[in-house]
Every structure is written in structure tokens, then in C-alpha cells.
Ligand binder design. Sequence first.
Ligand code: DON
Length: 309
Amino acid sequence: MPCETNEELVDLLESVRGTTKLGKVADYIPALGKAEAKDLSVAIYHVENSCMSAGDVEKLFTLQSISKVLALAFVLMDHGEADVFELIGMEPTGDPFNSMIKLETHNPSKPLNPMINAGALAVTSMIKGSSKDEKFDRLLQFIKLLSNNDKISYCKEVASSEFDTAHLNRAICYFMKQHGIIKDNVEDLMEIYTKQCAIQMHSMDLAKIGAVFALDGIHPETGERLIRDDIARICKTFMVTCGMYNASGEFAIKIGIPAKSGVSGGIMGIVPYQFGIGIFGPSLDEKGNSIAGIKLLERLSKKYKLSIF
Ligand code: DON
């Protein structure tokens, strides 16, 4: 299904492109620093299999934290709710995504939710498989099914750039290993996690994955159930409460749809039973969310009354 340029969407996108100047491209993962701050794209994939887009849709970007939702859905299917939430909590933190402060101050010491780095690392450590390669390949296969695109792969440069510099994530892993939350070899876990975060796609693929969640786990193109409906619901709820990190409350008030962001500048949005939205805009605000992407979603939500609240 080709994605057609939509003039109304082009106007909306161009009306917010200027805000890309107010943000900054993430460079704590050095390879991400090469992104062009002015880039901006949006795709909307309707559950009835029509698609429209605007902007720099030919640009590929890595999922980064957006992958946390997909890994959560996968692990919930592998293990079931009880096992996953014994190790990882369900509450928003109000802290930045890479903060580890609450790991120490909360008792029992477990990550507060699967959308912060600590929780996501614990989720990734639960992916079943007999080797690190098998674990990653199983997750990648699942993401290929979600996007209905067999060409999806990961960016080696971004994965190894993060692997070489992820000292804070390693520290979080060692803390969790000490407390029995993870059991894996930390280097193996870091390899799977950094590859997971470096899975790359176009905004149209991301919009299509959003449409699967919009249909409670059924793929709009193939009609196949890929995620159990109760699991899709859990994922969407986490997106509302923690998907935009410590900006989730303001995002819920101003925009009001389940969404998940990544430091690459990607955002996946879900308008239940209507469509999935895929955005790429690598210039970020101070909380790590795409600055123009949020503005674009705000205008879209106001114009088309998308808030679920
Ligand atoms: O673990 C990290 O720091 C990155 N791979 C992902 C962080 C991220 O995308 C946070 N998002 N806003």
C-alpha cells in the first residue's frame, strides 16, 4: 500500500517545521548526532488500509525507546502479565527516562515501569531464546510482522555507537542484577537492547504498527492477530501514563492519545479504531521528545478532535 502525500498534512507539517530550530538533536549516542535537525515527517495509516503522509518520509530513523512498547508486548505474550509485573512496576516516575534514582529509594527495588530505561532493560532481559542472537532475531521477526515489512532491520552504526557509550544503562543493569531483577550477562543484554533500539524504519512503517495497536492487536492489512487484545490494551495504557516520559501528563492534556517517543525523534501515536501515526523529527525538547513532532500532534489533535478523553 503506497502512502500518498496529502496537501492538508503538508500544510500542517510546514506550519510547525520552524520549531525544529528550538530543539536539539540527541548526541549522547554519538551516531544519533548525525541526524539533520530540520527533518520532519509524518505518516497516518488508517485501519481501513489507506495511508497519507507529508515531509521527509524517505528518511529512515531508529526506534530507540519506541521499541520499548513492542518489546513489552512481545514479552507479555512470552511470559504473561503476572511474571512480567512481578519484576517491573506499573507507575509513572516523573523522572527522566534514564534516571535510576527510584531504583534505590523504592522498596522492593524494581523499575517503576517498562517505559523508562531500567524497566525496558528488564523487559528485554525476559525475551526468550537460547542465545543473544536468537532473542534479538525473535523480537525483530515480531517487528517485521507488526510493520508487515520483511525488510526491517537494525542500524549497525547506531547500535554499536550506543553499545560503546551506554555506561549509565550498564550501571542500571548491574544495579538490577545485584537485586535479582535481571540474571543475564550484562554485556549480552546490552547487545540485544542496543540492537533493539537501533531497529530502523520509515514513518509509514511506524504508522502501520500504530494501526495494529489501534485495532487492539489485529494487523489491518493481513487481518492476523499479532498481539492479544488485553496486552495491546496494557501497552496503550502505559503509552498514556508513561509514553512521553516526564512530559506524559502535559501530553495527555494537550493531545490526549496513546503515544511513545524515542530520542531519535520518532513518535508512534495511536487513535483507537481509526489510525496509527508515525512521526520523525530528530530535533528534541529538553525531555527528549521530538519538539516539532509534539507541536504537529497538538495541531492534528485540536483540528480533528483526536483526544480520547
Ligand atoms: O537507552 C537509551 O538511552 C536509548 N537507546 C533510548 C532512549 C530513548 O529513546 C528515550 N526517549 N525519549
